[in-house]
Design a protein around this ligand. Structure first.
Ligand code: SF4
Ligand code: SF4
Ligand code: SF4
Ligand code: FES
Length: 948
C-alpha cells in the first residue's frame, strides 16, 4: 500500500447530527452540519485555511491567530477554527489584508525559531514550515538579537521521543492532547506571554513526570519540538501501511510508517474504529523487539532436552516435526498428541493450528491461552446471552451514564480504551470500581469514582449477589425488560435466591470486607443512574468461581435492562490482541469455529466434507488435562504456537513436569522462551509486521494485519503450519491468508460475510457479519438475545478452597502494568524497561510494618506451591491483608506461587487468589540464582540485573 497521509480538517466534527447549514466560502456554496467550524467547512470543500494551533483531533483553541478570515457583515477578522458556521454566512479565506496579517503572525513565530530546516528531523513533515510557505513568508523583519528561547536545553529523558523547546511555538496542542485525548494531564503551559513554555508535571523531565508515554502530544505537535527519536535517527518516512497492534485486546490501528524497508514509527490511525487515532506506549513505541538480536531466525532441533540445540534448515525441521508426531501416534495412539494455539497469532494461523490437530492429528486435543484468562467469559456469556463475547463496541462508552469496572485495571491493561472512559467520566458519567486495589481510575485527574468497593479477593460472587439483593429488594429491577426479553420463571427463581436475607450487603460484609452502605449505594446507582455499562477483566474470570461471576454480571445487566442499547452492556476487556479470535476460531477442545460443539453431527459433517476426513466427536483435552496426562504417561507430543505455558500457566512445577514427560515438544515463537527449555524442536516465529492476516479485538472487531516487511525467518507462521501439515500428508495449498479467511467464512456462520475485500471496504467488521448484517454487528442483543430469552442463572457464592491461615495469612493477587505485556517477552526487549525493570510486591503499610519491611527491601513471597523473591513497595493501593504483583519478568515467575485451583466450569486458573506469607529476605532464592545463571549461559535476556 502506498503512502497514506491523513487529512487534517482542522477542528473536530460538529458534536451532534443537527440540521445542515448553507453558506458561501470563497464564492463557493457549501453545506455542513450545524456546529461545524468555518475552518472545517472550508477543508471539507477542499480549501485549507492556514493554521497552527488547530487540529481535528482536539477542541478548537484559537491561540495562533493564523486562521483569520473575513466574514461579510462582521467587524474584524475572526478565527475560522473557533467560529461556527451560520446560515447564509459569506466567508473569504484569502485577501491581501489576510495575507498581510498571517505573514505578520508567521514572522513573530519564525523570529524565535531556529532556522535549521535543512538539518531538522522534521524537515518535510513540519506544519510551521508548511505555513511559512502557505502564507508566502520570504523574510523576517525582526532578527534574533532580541530575547529568544534558542539556547534552551533538550529533554531527551524519554526513551522514545525528545522535547526540544527551541522549536516549540507554544501552540499548546501537546497540552490539549494530553488532557483531551489521553486524559493524563501531565503537561502545562508554564509562565505567561513571551516567557511561557511547556512543562511536564512539576517542571520535571518527561521520564520522571506523570507522562505515560502514549505519544499523543508527539502526534499533535506541529513542529519538531516533540519528535520521535526513531525519526531523528532514521529520517522521515516515505510510505505507510495500515495494520493492527499486536499487544492488547483494544486492537488499535496504526500506520506503520516506513522509510524503504525500515520501520520508522507507528502512528495511530485516525480512522481506526477501536482507537480513533490514539495509542499507548506499547503499540506506539515498543516494536523494537521485532529486530531484537535475540530473535531466533533458524529452526533448531535436539533429541532430548538435555542436549544443546542444533540449527537446521527448514526442510529438516519440518520433516522431523511431522515424523515425530506420526511416530508418537503410531506408538501411543491417536490421542497422545495435541497442540496449543496462540492468541498472539492471527485468526488464520489459529484456524490452521486447530485444523492441523483436528484434521491431521485426528483428535480434538487443542486448547488456547484463553483457558487461563477468559474461558469463563465464553462459558458465562454463552450460557446467559447465547454468545461468547462482549455486547458493545468501544464507542458505546460515550453514551454510558454509569460505568461499573470490575476486576479490571483499564489504565494499565487497556490504556487506549481507558482514555475513552476517562473522557466520558470527565463529561459527567458516574463510576463504580469493584477491585481489591485502588486502581488509578478510582482517583485520577478530573476523575473520581463515586464508589470503590475494595472487596476481599475471591468474593466477587458474594458482592454481585449482594448488589442483586439490593436491586430486587428495593424494587429497582426493570420488570418490563425482564418480562419481554428474559425467561420470567428463571428470573423469579433467581430473584427469590438473591433476596434471601443472608445474601444482603449487611450479612455478607464480614466476608467481602465491602461496607454495606457503600455497596447499597453502588447498586442503586447501577440500577437507576441511566445507561449503565459493565466492563470487567481477569479479576473476574481468574477465580474458582470465574464463570459464576460472569453469569452474576450478566444477571445484573438483565435485571436492570442494561443491555441492547448504546451505553450499556457487558463488556469483557480481553487481554491479548487476538484472544477473542483464538476462541472464535475453534481453539477449544470441545468447539469448532463459531463455538459449535464437536459432538454436533451436523457441524462435524460440514467440516468433514470440507476437509475430507472423519472427525472425532469426543471433546479433547484442555491444557491442564494434557499436562496431567503427560505426567501419567498417556500424552507424549505437543505443538505450541506463540505461547509460553511454562511462564503463563499456574503451578510452574507441574507444567515443567508435564512438559518434561513428553517425547516431542514443538515450540514456535520469536524468542527462546521458558517453555522452549523443554522443547525438542524450535520453529522460529514471525512478528505481526511480517505477515498478512486478521486479529479480532475485544469488541468482536475483525481487523486486517498487513505485511510491512519480509519475515526475517523466511516464513509467516501460517506458512510454517502449512508446511508441517503438508509433511504430514495433508493437501493444503493456501497461497495467501485471504484464502484461509475464505475457508473460515465458508465454515463459520458468524463469519460468513467476512473476506479481505469486505474488510478493506469497511475498514473493519464486527462479527456476526453475514447476510443479515453485511457490514457486521456493532452491538448485540438489541431486540432479543442470541439464545432467544435471556437466562438468569443462580450463582451461589462458594468460598475458594484457597484459605489464609497462620502460615499464609495474606492474599496475593496479580496483574499487569502499562509498560509491559504479559510475560514480557516482547516489552522486556524494548526500552519500556525504563519504566518497570523488575516486578515489585505491593504491600499495605500496616502489613509491611508488622514484618519490618520498608520500601525497596528484598522480600520472600511464599505460598504452599512455591517461593520467589522480589522487592517490596509499600503502598495503600492495596488493602491490609492483600499483596499484589505483576508477572512480567521470568526471574520473578509469579506463577511459581500460584496454585492449581481453577474455575469449576472451565479450568481457568485461580490466579487472583493465593494465600501467601511475606518476609524480609537477603535476596533472590536459589532457583532464581540458578535461573539467572542459565539465562546468562543461553541466549536469553533477563540476567538477574534486578537482583544484583
Ligand atoms: S511542544 Fe509542540 S505541540 Fe507543544 S506547544 Fe510546543 S510546538 Fe505546540
Ligand atoms: S506522551 Fe502522552 S502522557 Fe506523556 S505528555 Fe504526551 S500526551 Fe501526555
Ligand atoms: S491499547 Fe493495546 S492495542 Fe492499543 S496501542 Fe496499546 S497495546 Fe496496542
Ligand atoms: S488555527 Fe485558529 S487560531 Fe490557531
Amino acid at each position: 500500500m502506498a503512502w497514506i497521509g491523513e487529512i487534517d480538517l482542522g477542528t473536530r466534527p460538529a458534536p451532534a447530527a443537527g440540521p445542515m447549514v448553507s453558506l458561501m466560502i470563497d464564492d463557493q456554496p457549501v453545506q455542513v452540519p450545524e456546529g461545524t467550524s468555518i475552518m472545517r467547512a472550508a477543508a471539507l470543500m477542499g480549501t485549507s485555511i492556514p493554521k497552527l494551533c488547530a487540529t481535528d483531533t482536539l477542541e478548537s483553541f484559537g491561540s495562533c491567530r493564523l486562521c483569520l478570515v473575513e466574514i461579510d457583515g462582521r467587524a474584524g477578522y475572526p478565527a475560522s477554527c473557533t467560529t461556527p458556521v451560520v446560515p447564509g454566512m459569506v466567508v473569504r479565506t484569502q485577501s491581501e489584508r489576510l495575507k498581510e496579517l498571517r505573514k505578520g503572525v508567521m514572522e513573530l513565530y519564525i523570529s524565535d525559531h531556529p532556522l535549521d530546516c535543512l538539518t531538522c528531523s522534521a524537515n518535510g513533515d513540519c506544519e510551521l514550515q508548511d505555513m511559512a510557505g502557505a502564507v508566502g513568508l520570504r523574510d523576517v523583519r525582526y532578527g534574533y538579537e532580541g530575547e529568544n528561547h534558542l539556547a534552551a536545553a533538550k529533554d531527551e529523558s524519554n526513551p522514545y521521543f525528545t522535547f526540544d523547546s527551541t522549536k516549540c511555538i507554544v501552540c499548546s496542542r501537546c497540552v490539549r492532547a494530553c488532557d483531551e485525548v489521553q486524559g493524563t494531564l501531565a503537561l502545562t503551559v508554564d509562565g505567561r506571554g513571551f516567557g511561557s513554555q511547556i512543562a511536564a508535571s512539576q517542571k520535571q523531565d518527561f521520564l520522571s513526570s506523570e507522562c505515560v508515554s502514549c505519544g499523543a502530544c508527539v502526534q499533535a505537535c506541529p513542529t519538531a519540538a516533540l519528535n520521535e527519536k526513531s525519526v531523528i535517527e532514521i529520517g522521515t518516512p516515505d510510505r505507510a501501511v495500515v495494520t493492527t497492534c499486536a499487544y492488547c485486546g483494544v486492537g488499535c490501528t496504526f500506520r506503520a510508517e516506513m522509510r524503504g524497508e525500515e520501520l520508522v514509527r507507528m502512528v495511530p490511525w485516525k480512522d481506526g474504529k477501536a482507537n480513533r487515532g490514539h495509542s499507548c506506549v506499547k503499540g506506539r513505541f515498543a516494536w523494537g523487539y521485532a529486530k531484537h538480536r535475540e530473535r531466533i531466525l533458524k529452526p533448531m532441533i535436539r533429541s532430548s532436552i538435555d542436549q544443546p540445540w542444533r540449527e537446521v534448515e527448514w526442510d529438516e525441521a519440518i520433516a522431523y516435526t511431522a515424523s515425530e508426531f506420526r511416530r508418537i501416534q503410531a506408538k501411543y495412539g491417536v490421542r497422545s498428541v495435541g497442540g496449543i494455539t496462540s492468541s498472539r497469532c492471527t485468526n488464520e494461523e489459529t484456524f490452521l493450528v486447530q485444523k492441523l490437530i483436528r484434521q491431521g492429528f485426528g483428535n480434538n486435543n487443542v486448547d488456547t491461552c484463553a483457558r487461563v484468562c477468559h474461558s469463563p467469559t465464553g462459558y458465562g456469556l454463552k450460557t446467559t446471552f447465547g454468545t461468547s463475547a462482549g455486547t458493545q463496541d468501544f464507542d458505546s462508552v460515550m453514551h454510558a451514564d454509569v460505568m461499573m469496572v470490575i476486576g479490571a485495571n483499564p489504565t494499565d491493561g487497556h490504556p487506549v480504551f481507558a482514555s475513552r472512559m476517562k473522557r466520558r467520566l470527565r463529561q459527567g458519567a458516574r463510576l463504580i470500581v469493584v477491585d481489591p486495589r485502588r486502581i488509578d481510575l478510582v482517583r485520577t485527574p478530573h476523575v473520581e469514582a463515586d464508589h470503590h468497593l475494595p472487596l476481599k479477593p475471591g468474593t466477587n460472587v458474594a458482592v454481585l449477589t449482594a448488589m442483586a439483593h439490593v436491586i430486587v429488594e428495593e424494587g429497582l429491577a426493570d420488570e418490563a425488560f425482564i418480562r419481554t426479553r428474559c425467561d420470567w420463571d428463571e428470573y423469579q427463581d433467581w430473584a427469590a435466591f438473591v433476596s434471601e436475607p443472608h445474601r444482603s450487603p449487611e450479612a455478607t460484609e464480614p466476608l467481602t470486607n465491602v461496607p454495606a452502605a457503600e455497596l447499597r449505594a453502588a447498586a442503586r446507582l447501577y440500577a437507576t443512574g441511566g445507561n449503565a455499562a459493565i466492563y470487567y477483566g481477569l479479576g473476574v474470570t481468574e477465580h474458582s468461581q470465574g464463570s459464576s461471576t460472569v453469569m452474576a454480571i450478566a444477571n445484573l445487566a438483565m435485571a436492570t435492562g442494561n443491555i441492547g442499547r448504546e451505553g450499556t452492556g457487558v463488556n469483557p476487556l480481553r487481554g491479548q490482541n487476538n484472544v477473542q479470535g483464538a476462541c472464535d476460531m475453534g481453539s477449544f477442545p470441545h468447539e469448532f469455529s463459531g463455538y459449535r460443539h464437536v459432538s454436533d453431527s451436523g457441524t462435524r459433517a460440514l467440516f468433514e466434507e470440507a476437509w475430507g476426513v472423519t472427525l472425532d466427536a469426543e471433546p479433547g483435552l484442555r491444557i491442564p488435562n494434557m499436562l496431567d496426562a503427560a505426567t501419567e504417561g498417556a500424552f507424549k507430543g505437543l505443538f505450541v504456537q506463540g505461547e509460553d505455558i511454562l511462564q503463563s500457566d499456574p503451578n510452574t512445577t507441574h507444567v515443567a513436569a508435564g512438559l518434561a514427560a513428553m517425547e516431542c515438544v514443538v515450540v514456535q515463537d520469536l524468542f527462546l522462551n521458558e517453555t522452549a527449555n523443554y522443547a525438542h524442536i524450535f520453529l522460529p516465529g514471525s512478528t505481526f509486521l511480517e505477515k498478512d492476516g486478521t486479529f479480532t479485538n475485544a469488541e468482536r472487531r475483525i481487523q486486517r494485519v498487513r505485511k510491512v516487511m519480509a519475515p526475517s525467518n523466511g516464513y509467516g507462521d501460517w506458512e510454517v503450519v502449512q508446511l508441517v501439515a503438508q509433511a504430514m500428508g495433508l493437501d493444503w495449498t493456501y497461497a495467501h491468508p485471504s484464502e484461509i479467511m475464505d475457508e473460515i467464512a465458508r465454515l463459520t456462520p458468524s463469519f460468513a460475510g467476512v473476506s479481505y475485500a469486505a474488510l478493506d471496504e469497511h475498514g473493519s467488521m464486527q462479527w456476526p457479519a453475514n447476510d443479515k448484517a453485511p457490514a457486521g454487528t456493532p452491538m448485540m442483543h438489541i431486540d432479543g438475545f442470541a439464545r432467544g430469552k435471556g437466562k438468569f442463572v443462580v450463582t451461589d457464592y462458594v468460598a475458594t478452597d484457597e484459605k489464609t491461615g497462620p502460615r499464609f495469612p495474606l492474599l496475593l493477587t496479580t496483574g499487569r502494568i502499562l509498560s509491559h505485556y504479559n510475560v514480557g517477552a516482547q516489552t522486556r526487549r524494548t526500552d519500556n524497561v525504563a519504566w518497570h525493570p523488575e516486578d515489585l510486591l505491593e504491600i499495605h503499610p500496616a502489613d509491611a510494618e508488622n514484618r519490618g519491611i520498608k520500601d525497596g527491601d528484598w522480600v520472600s513471597l511464599r505460598s504452599r506451591a512455591g517461593e520467589t523473591t522480589l522487592r517490596a513497595t509499600v503502598t495503600e493501593r492495596v488493602a491490609p491483608g492483600v499483596v499484589y504483583t505483576t508477572f512480567h519478568h521470568p526471574v520473578t515467575q509469579a506463577n511459581v506461587i500460584t496454585t492449581d485451583f481453577s474455575d469449576w466450569a472451565t479450568n481457568c486458573p485461580e490466579y487472583k487468589v493465593t494465600a501467601v506469607q511475606v518476609g524480609l529476605s537477603n535476596g533472590p532464592s536459589d532457583w532464581q540464582e540458578h535461573y539467572a545463571e542459565q539465562a546468562r549461559r543461553s541466549r536469553r535476556i533477563e540476567p538477574l540485573e534486578a537482583a544484583e
